[in-house]
Write a protein that binds this ligand. Structure first.
Ligand SMILES: [Fe+2]
Ligand SMILES: [Fe+2]
Length: 470
């Protein structure tokens, strides 16, 4: 996420405020520089205009005086007047970059305060431009150099006066002022940004510490970390409330942990009791049933093997493993004379024997234990047959509970492969053939196939799960 690019509160404030500050300072600096330059031009213009008026007035007065005398046409006096005007003009000069010129109507230079020699074309340019510069300082280009100037025309003697200043020199001062203004603004901006960042660091420090403390809680379940309260302000109150909350949470978490441990211990005890109950029941049926403890253990292991092959859940496998031994618990209710009879049973006796399924179910059915409940189902259904010819209810196919179908294979396989008072033990291969031959009528065909497919494991149980090994 742009989540990958994480921007905190500090970053957000900085990325919001700094552009605004930069924009504000840029506008402020631009307006400030622009208005300063305008003021400078205005003042320069005003001052130049004033000087030009003074010079023009002085010139007019001098020519008036000459015309009122008898020497108006005397070149010597005219020369004296012109020199007088030139001297007056030179006295007006305050800067080296400034010059004052006087040109007659044909472009002839009358005087110049500058040492630079301009050609005839330059003077024409000056005169032409000067007629356009009545409103203020105008830019001139003479001999490739730029000048700013202002002119006036004296009718009485037909002279153009103009004051010019080298633009480059004039602009140097302006640029110095502009640079100073930009530099000052930039320094101010940097100082403000640094102060802002420092201030944000101080302001957001406690919030960062609260965030780290929350991170420790969620990651390490560490409620002990407290946030330092620096100032009695809103953030200080937040830190205080946070510390208070974590203390309460710490207490609640410890209580919860203790309850969880107590519950786990209680569950384990219940589990142990249930296993003990199963053992007791298993032992009780052992006393009555001629079948041995090894038969019980093998039926459990064969059942577990089929359950695993079916891909059943581990908890289901465990349930089946521990409840398969209860399949014949109903034999507790069968008289010994029938149960232990060595010879062939009469029809009536066989009928009584068959009731061990429902007796077992009735013994276990009302328990709230999942083990005993599962045991009840197994006890009732382990003699049902897949084709519906079994007992006690003649259930068919998948109507027979899975546990019943599994234990049916396990029980018959072990009963046939072991010696009983009324018969010899069948060979392993013959018994396996019997199971396979009775797929679909006695046994669930899929389960029988799985049993056969795990021949090695079946043989392992057959060979090693014996009376001696228990
Ligand atoms: Fe049985
Ligand atoms: Fe059995």
């Amino acid at each position: 996420m742009l989540r990958s690019i994480k921007i905190g509160i500090k970053g957000k404030i900085i990325f919001t405020i700094i552009p605004v500050l930069i924009c504000s300072f840029t506008i402020f600096t631009f307006v400030s520089v622009f208005s300063s330059r305008q003021n400078l031009f205005y003042e320069s213009n005003r001052f130049t205009k004033y000087k030009l008026e003074q010079l023009t007035n002085y010139s007019t007065n001098q020519w008036d005086n000459l015309q009122n005398s008898n020497f108006a046409d005397d070149p010597v006096y005219i020369n004296i007047i012109e020199k007088s005007i030139e001297t007056y003009a030179k006295d007006m000069i305050r800067k080296k970059s400034e010059s004052i010129f006087a040109i007659d109507t044909v472009g002839k230079l009358i005087f110049s305060t500058s040492n630079i020699n301009y050609n005839q074309e330059d003077w024409v340019t000056l005169r032409t431009e000067s007629t356009n510069s009545k409103e203020g300082l105008t830019e001139f280009i003479i001999s490739g150099e730029k000048f700013l100037g202002l002119s006036s025309f004296s009718n009485i003697n037909g002279l153009y006066f103009f004051i010019v200043e080298n633009k480059k020199v004039f602009m140097e001062k302006t640029q110095q002022m502009t640079f100073l203004q930009i530099f000052t603004s930039l320094i101010s901006l940097i100082v403000i940004i640094v102060i802002l960042i420092m201030y944000l660091g101080i302001m957001l420090g406690p919030i960062q510490r609260v965030r780290k403390a929350i991170h420790n809680i969620t990651t390490y379940k560490d409620f002990s970390r407290k946030v330092r309260i620096e100032y009695p302000d809103e953030i200080g109150e937040l830190a205080f409330d946070f510390n208070d909350m974590t203390s309460n949470l710490d207490l609640a978490y410890k209580k919860l942990k203790k309850h969880a441990v107590d519950e786990a211990i209680a569950k384990k005890e219940i589990f142990i009791r249930e296993k003990e109950t199963l053992n007791v029941l298993g032992n009780a049926s052992d006393y009555k049933d001629p079948e041995t403890g090894a038969h019980i253990a093998r039926v459990s292991n064969y059942s577990l093997l089929i359950s695993k092959a079916l891909g059943q859940d581990i908890a289901i496998q465990d349930l089946l493993y521990h409840t398969a031994p209860l399949h014949d618990i109903g034999k507790l209710g069968i008289p010994d004379s029938i149960l232990l009879k060595a010879g062939k049973l009469t029809e009536e006796e066989f009928f009584i024997i068959k009731t061990h399924t429902t007796i077992g179910f009735n013994i276990l059915k009302n328990s709230s234990s999942k083990y005993l409940k599962a045991g009840a189902v197994i006890a009732k259904t382990h003699h049902e047959r897949f084709d519906g010819s079994g007992y006690p209810n003649g259930l068919k196919g998948t109507d027979i509970p899975v546990f019943g179908r599994i234990v049916s294979i396990a029980d018959v396989f072990d009963a046939l492969t072991t010696k009983r008072p009324y018969k010899e033990a069948w060979p392993f291969e013959k018994t396996m053939d019997f199971i396979m031959d009775n797929r679909g009528n006695h046994f669930d065909p899929d389960m029988a196939n799985l049993f056969f497919q795990n021949l090695t494991e079946v043989k392992d149980i057959y060979n090693h799960c014996t009376e001696e090994s228990l």
